[in-house]
Write a protein that binds this ligand. Structure first.
Ligand code: NAG
Ligand code: NAG
Ligand code: NAG
Ligand code: NAG
Ligand code: NAG
Ligand code: NAG
Ligand code: NAG
Length: 790
C-alpha cells in the first residue's frame, strides 16, 4: 500500500514545473513538458492581452494595461519613438514565437491582422531607428514568411498563404534603404518611413553605432535571396565591410562612428551595447549564406577579442589601439556572447562566461544594464556603495542571459542549464508577471518596476525559455543551417534558394547603383592618398605591460547554504537528463562569488535568496554525491601581468591575430606559434606559497623543479628554488615566470609554448637564455621556449 501511494505522489509531483516536492528538479520528460507549457501560457498571457488591450498600438503597458504608442508630442523621446513605428510592433515581433510553438491558429490570425490592418506600403509618418526596425519588423516578417512557406514546418500554410509577409517586408526595406544614401555608404541611424529625411532633426543623424550600421546586412541579404533583387545585399554589405575596414591595427572595431565622415567617436570597444551584433552577424551570416568572407571577419575579430578583451570570467572593455583594459564594466547585453561562442564551438569558455551572468542574476534578481567590477570603497554609506556597482540599474526583461542558457543547454544537455532556465521562468511568473503582461525592473537595487514590456519579451525572452524546454522542437531536429537573428527570429535558406538566387539575381535600381559607385570612388581616392582616416598613428611601443591588481582575496567561505533535502532520484528519468557536469565537476563554480565579493552586493530584500545553482532540491539531486559542500577552487594570489610584443608586426607575414585561429583552449600540453610578434602573453609570477591561476599552491619543490629543469647556473643566477627550500624567512624573492594565457587561450599547468622563430630584436627587457627560454626582465619564462635551440 505504502509503495503505491508514494509512487502516485511521485507522479503527481513530477507533473509540476514549480512543484514543491523534491522531485521538481529531476527534469524528466514530464517536467520538461510542464515547464514548456508554463512558458507557453506565460507567452499567451501577455500576447492575448496585448491583442485585447493594446492592439494596434505598438506595445502594451504591463501595469496600466493599455496600449503604448509613439510620443507624438515630443519627437525627441527617442527611447519610445526609435522602436515604435506605429506598425503594431508587438504583433509583428511575436509572429515567430507563435510559429515555434506550432500554434497555426494564432499564427494565421496574426497574418490576417497584418493583411487587413498594417499600412501596406509602410508609408507611416514616423521617424524610427533603422536597426531596430530591421531586426524586429523586417526580420519578424521574413522569418514568419519562411515558416509559412516551408512544408516541413507545423505552421506551413500552403495554398492558403499568398506571400503577404514577404511583400510587406519588401516594402518596408524600400523605406529603410535610403538611410544608406550617404557620402560614406554608412547608414544614418534613423529615417522617417513616409518622408525619408524631410523634417528629421539633424541632431538625430550625427552618430551611429557599429552594430546598428553593420547588422542590417543579414536581414537585407536574406531579402535579396528571397526577392532576387541584389541591391539590398550589396548596399548593406558595403556598410558591413566598411565597419570592418575601420578596425584598429589589432583588429578591434570602434563602437561608434559618424556616418557622415567615418570618424570613430570613441577609442574603446567591447562586446556589449553598440557592437554586439556586429560579431553575431559575422558568424551567423557566414553560416546562413555560406560566406567565407564573413567567416574570416568572425575568426579575426574573435581572435582579437579573446586576445585583448577576454578575462577569466568576462570580456572587458579595451582601448582600441593598445588593448589596455579600460572602463571596468560589463553590459547586460553582452550576456548574449557565450551563446555565440557555443555556435562557434568554444563551449568551455562559453560555460565560464555564462557563470558570470548567473552570479549577477543571483545577486540582483535580473541582470543590471551595467555592472562595475572594479572594487571601490569610498562611498559614504553602504546603500550608496551597493548602488555604485550598478550605475545603470534597470533590467527590462532582456533575453540575452536566457538565450545563452538555451544555447548551452543545446550544446551540453547539462541539467544545470535547465535549472537556470526553470528558475528564470519561475521568476517571470512570481515576480515579473502583472495583470496583463510582464514588467521589468527600473532599478534592481530598489526593486522598482517599469511600466514597459518591450517587444523582445515576447519575441525572445519567452521564446528561448520555451525552446529550452521543448527538446523535440522541429528546430532541434532540423539538420539545415538555421540561425537565430539577433531578435531570435529563426532564419534558414535551402539549397534551391541559393541556386535560384545565383541564376536570377539582379541589381537594376540606378539610384543605388550610382550611389555605390560614388562611394567606391571616394574610398579609392582616400586610399590612394593614403590618409589614415580614422585614428591617430599607432605608437610603436615595444612592449606593453599591464599589471594586474594584487588578487589578495578577502574570502568569505561561509554563506553557502546547501539546504537539507535528502538526495532522491526519480524512478524513471530519461537517460539524457541524468547528468550535470557543471554542478558536479566545476571546481570554479563559486570562484566568482569570492573574487567579486565586494562588487556583487545584494539589495537587502534579496539577501536570503538562495543562488539558483544551490537551490536545495536541485543541488541535492545533481550535486556531488561524495562531498556535501560544493568543491571550490581557490582564487589566485599570484601577481600576473600582460606582455604584448609589438615591434614591426605590420610587416610580419602572419597577421597578429591569425595565429592560433580556431584554437579553443585550454591548451593541454604544448603549442607552437610562428613568432612572438603581435602575441599577447599573460605571465604569472610564481613565488612559494602563492595560489596560482589553476588554484594550486605553488610550493618551493615545484619551483626548484622548474628551475633545475631549466638550468639557471648557466645564467649566473642563484637557484631560488633552493633558496626557498632553505629559508624560512619571508624576504622578497625573485619569482619565476610562467605563461598562463596565450592570446586569450588558457594553458594547462604544464603546457609549453614553442616559438618557431628567434627573437627579431634584442631589447634589454627581452632575451633568451642558453636553454632557449624566453627571458623577461632577466627572469626566465619557464614554459616559453624557442624551438631553434632544440
Ligand atoms: C498611428 O497610425 C494611425 C493610422 O494612421 C493614426 O490614426 C494614429 O494617430 C497613429 N498613432 C501614432 C501614435 O502615431
Ligand atoms: C508627422 O509627424 C510630425 C510629428 O512627429 C508632425 O509634426 C507632422 O506634422 C506630421 N506630418 C504629417 C504629414 O502628418
Ligand atoms: C595579502 O594579504 C595578506 C594577509 O592579509 C597580507 O599580509 C599581504 O601583505 C597581502 N599581500 C599583498 C601583496 O598585499
Ligand atoms: C521510462 O520512460 C520511458 C520514456 O518515457 C518509457 O519508454 C519507459 O517505458 C519508462 N520505463 C518505466 C519502467 O516506466
Ligand atoms: C549592501 O550589500 C551587502 C552585501 O550584499 C548587504 O549585506 C547589505 O545588506 C547591503 N546594504 C544595503 C543597504 O542594501
Ligand atoms: C614551425 O616550424 C615547422 C618546421 O620547422 C613547421 O612545420 C610548422 O608549421 C611551424 N609552425 C608554425 C605555427 O609556424
Ligand atoms: C606537471 O608536471 C609535473 C612534473 O612532471 C607533474 O608532477 C605534474 O603532475 C604535472 N601536472 C599536471 C597538471 O599535468
Amino acid at each position: 500500500m505504502r509503495i503505491i501511494w508514494s509512487l502516485t505522489l511521485t507522479l503527481w509531483i513530477s507533473h509540476q514545473c514549480f512543484g514543491s516536492g523534491f522531485q521538481k528538479s529531476s527534469f524528466n520528460r514530464h517536467e520538461l513538458h510542464h515547464c514548456r507549457q508554463e512558458a507557453q501560457s506565460l507567452f499567451y498571457h501577455a500576447y492575448d492581452n496585448y491583442l485585447r488591450l493594446a492592439y494596434p498600438d505598438d506595445e502594451l503597458y504591463p501595469i496600466r494595461c493599455r496600449g503604448r504608442t509613439r510620443n507624438v508630442e515630443n519627437d525627441a523621446d527617442l527611447d519610445r519613438n526609435d522602436v515604435m513605428g506605429n506598425y503594431s510592433a508587438t504583433l509583428v515581433d511575436s509572429l515567430t514565437t507563435l510559429a515555434i510553438m506550432g500554434d497555426k491558429d494564432r499564427f494565421k490570425k496574426a497574418i490576417d491582422l497584418i493583411r487587413t490592418d498594417l499600412e501596406p506600403e509602410f508609408k507611416i509618418n514616423a521617424t524610427v531607428q533603422v536597426f531596430e526596425t530591421t531586426i524586429r519588423i523586417l526580420g519578424g516578417l521574413l522569418s514568419a514568411h519562411l515558416y509559412a512557406t516551408d512544408p516541413a514546418k507545423r505552421v506551413f500554410l500552403g495554398r492558403e498563404y499568398d506571400g503577404i509577409l514577404l511583400h510587406r517586408a519588401h516594402r518596408l526595406a524600400d523605406r529603410l534603404l535610403p538611410a544608406y544614401l550617404t557620402k560614406t555608404g554608412l547608414p544614418l541611424p534613423r529615417i522617417n518611413l513616409a518622408t525619408e529625411y524631410r523634417n528629421v532633426p539633424p541632431g538625430f543623424l550625427q552618430e551611429n553605432n557599429a552594430a546598428a550600421m553593420a547588422s542590417p546586412m543579414l536581414e537585407f541579404t536574406l531579402l535579396s535571396y528571397l526577392t532576387h533583387d541584389d541591391k539590398y545585399r550589396q548596399v548593406t554589405k558595403y556598410a558591413f565591410d566598411k565597419i570592418w575596414s575601420l578596425r584598429s591595427e589589432i583588429d578591434l572595431v570602434p563602437m561608434s562612428f559618424s556616418p557622415h565622415t567615418e570618424m570613430a567617436n570613441n577609442f574603446y570597444t567591447g562586446i556589449g551595447a553598440s557592437i554586439d551584433s556586429f560579431y553575431e552577424y559575422a558568424l551567423k551570416g557566414a553560416i546562413l549564406f555560406q560566406d567565407d568572407e564573413l567567416w574570416n571577419v568572425w575568426e579575426l575579430s574573435y581572435n582579437a577579442l579573446r586576445k585583448h578583451s577576454r578575462g577569466d570570467w568576462f570580456f572587458s572593455n579595451v582601448e582600441l589601439m593598445s588593448g589596455h583594459e579600460i572602463l571596468p564594466w560589463i553590459d547586460s547585453l553582452s550576456a548574449f556572447f557565450p551563446g555565440l561562442q557555443v555556435l562557434a564551438g568554444d563551449v568551455p569558455d562559453a560555460q565560464k562566461k555564462h557563470l558570470m551572468f548567473l552570479k549577477l542574476w543571483n545577486t540582483y534578481g535580473g541582470i543590471p544594464e551595467r555592472w562595475e567590477f572594479d572594487p571601490r570603497e569610498f562611498e559614504n554609506n553602504e546603500q550608496e556603495l551597493n548602488a555604485s556597482y550598478v550605475p545603470l540599474p534597470w533590467y527590462p526583461l532582456r533575453p540575452e542571459f536566457v538565450e545563452t542558457t538555451y544555447f548551452l543547454y543545446r550544446a551540453t544537455r547539462d541539467a544545470f542549464y535547465l535549472q537556470v532556465a526553470r528558475s528564470i521562468l519561475q521568476d517571470l511568473k512570481n515576480y515579473f508577471m502583472t495583470d496583463c503582461g510582464f514588467a521589468g525592473l527600473q532599478d534592481v537595487m530598489t526593486g522598482q518596476f517599469q511600466d514597459r514590456m518591450e517587444t523582445f519579451v515576447l519575441s525572445e525572452t519567452l521564446k528561448y525559455l520555451y525552446l529550452t524546454f521543448d527538446v523535440d522542437n522541429e528546430l532541434h531536429k532540423d539538420g539545415s543551417n538555421v540561425i537565430f537573428s539577433t531578435e531570435a527570429h529563426p532564419l534558414w535558406l535551402k539549397a534551391a534558394d541559393f541556386k535560384r538566387y545565383k541564376s536570377s539575381s539582379f541589381f537594376e535600381d540606378t539610384r543605388y547603383r550610382d550611389h555605390l559607385l560614388r562611394v567606391q570612388q571616394r574610398d579609392a581616392s582616400l586610399k590612394s592618398s593614403n590618409i589614415n582616416r580614422f585614428f591617430h598613428d599607432i605608437s610603436n611601443l615595444l612592449l606593453y605591460r599591464a599589471r594586474y591588481p594584487d588578487r589578495n582575496s578577502t574570502l568569505n567561505r561561509k554563506g553557502i547554504s546547501t539546504g537539507t533535502c535528502p538526495i532522491m532520484r526519480s524512478a524513471n528519468d530519461s537517460f539524457q537528463f541524468l547528468h550535470s557536469d557543471v554542478i558536479r565537476h566545476c571546481e570554479r563554480l563559486f570562484e566568482i562569488d569570492y573574487r567579486y565579493a565586494s562588487n556583487l552586493r545584494k539589495p537587502s530584500k534579496l539577501i536570503d535568496r538562495v543562488p539558483i545553482e544551490l537551490e536545495s532540491s536541485f543541488y541535492h539531486i545533481w550535486g556531488s554525491q561524495t562531498s556535501p559542500l560544493p568543491k571550490c577552487q581557490l582564487p589566485p594570489t599570484t601577481d600576473s601581468f600582460d606582455v604584448i610584443f609589438r615591434v614591426g608586426w605590420s610587416n610580419s607575414k602572419t597577421p597578429p591575430n591569425s595565429q592560433l585561429s580556431g584554437v579553443y583552449g585550454p591548451i593541454k600540453d604544448s603549442i607552437t606559434i610562428e613568432s612572438l610578434i603581435g602575441v599577447r602573453l599573460q605571465v604569472e609570477a610564481l613565488i612559494p606559497g602563492a595560489i596560482d591561476l589553476h588554484g594550486e599552491v605553488v610550493d618551493a619543490d615545484y619551483l626548484a623543479y622548474l628551475w633545475e629543469l631549466n638550468s639557471p647556473a648557466a645564467l649566473g643566477f642563484p637557484n631560488p628554488g633552493q633558496d626557498f627550500k632553505n629559508s624560512a624567512s619571508n624576504d622578497p624573492r625573485r619569482p619565476i615566470y610562467r605563461v598562463s594565457i596565450l592570446n586569450g587561450i588558457q594553458l594547462a599547468h604544464n603546457a609549453t609554448v614553442w616559438i618557431n622563430s628567434t627573437l627579431d630584436t634584442s631589447p634589454s627587457a627581452l632575451g633568451m637564455n642558453h636553454n632557449g627560454m624566453l627571458m623577461l626582465d632577466k627572469v626566465p619564462v619557464v614554459n616559453a621556449l624557442f624551438k631553434s635551440m632544440f
